[in-house]
Design a protein around this ligand. Sequence first.
Ligand code: DX5
Ligand code: ZN
Length: 216
Amino acid sequence: MAEIAPSILAADFGNLQRDVELLNASAADYIHVDIMDGVFVPNISFGIPVCEAIHKHAKKPLDVHLMIEKPERYFEAFKKAGAWGITMHYEACTHLHRNIENLKELGLSAGVALNPHTPVELLTDVLGDVSLVLIMSVNPGFGGQKFIDNTYKKIARLHSLREKFGYSFKIEVDGGVNLDNAPLLVREGVDILVAGSFVFSSSDPKGIIEQLKVAS
Ligand code: DX5
Ligand code: ZN
């Protein structure tokens, strides 16, 4: 059974407290918090004060996904804003290893995300250092996009690297996740499913979270 990280990006921002409380009362394991800077990705979501506001009401760990250039500038700020873990993009870091070490020194779960075009093999030399690898199954920047099918093969390759070297990082997948692809993703080795629009566009988000857990 996979862990579920509903993405708050798809929530009703006019009723953020209500939607965080809905997730508190659900089978969700984390709350996925998408931060976009309008530079690394062609969209701006929200920033540190909103993360703090989410944290104020959240009873689940905040899984913060930084889609920003030079993410190391904001590690401490997001820790103060309540992050449990931070995932930065491989493509946004010049000194990825240093950044991973910095996150660990801050006592945060250290994650690295890969865009759809970035091969998992590029992480070979840091896979022993990270707690989580996030595979983007859409191009980051927007919720509600179509799942990219090449993701299955990519996850299988990452999973076999983990087996081969005995690493302990979790594999998370993000973008276009629904009840059709969730079981297939878990079969390839996914531990954490992120789902935004599939959860919040439903009339019964709690039920969908439960179904995603059970289906996988
Ligand atoms: C995309 C974000 C995702 C997004 C997922 O850039 O990183 O976390 O919120 O949303 P859905 O599930 O709607 O694709
Ligand atoms: Zn995300």
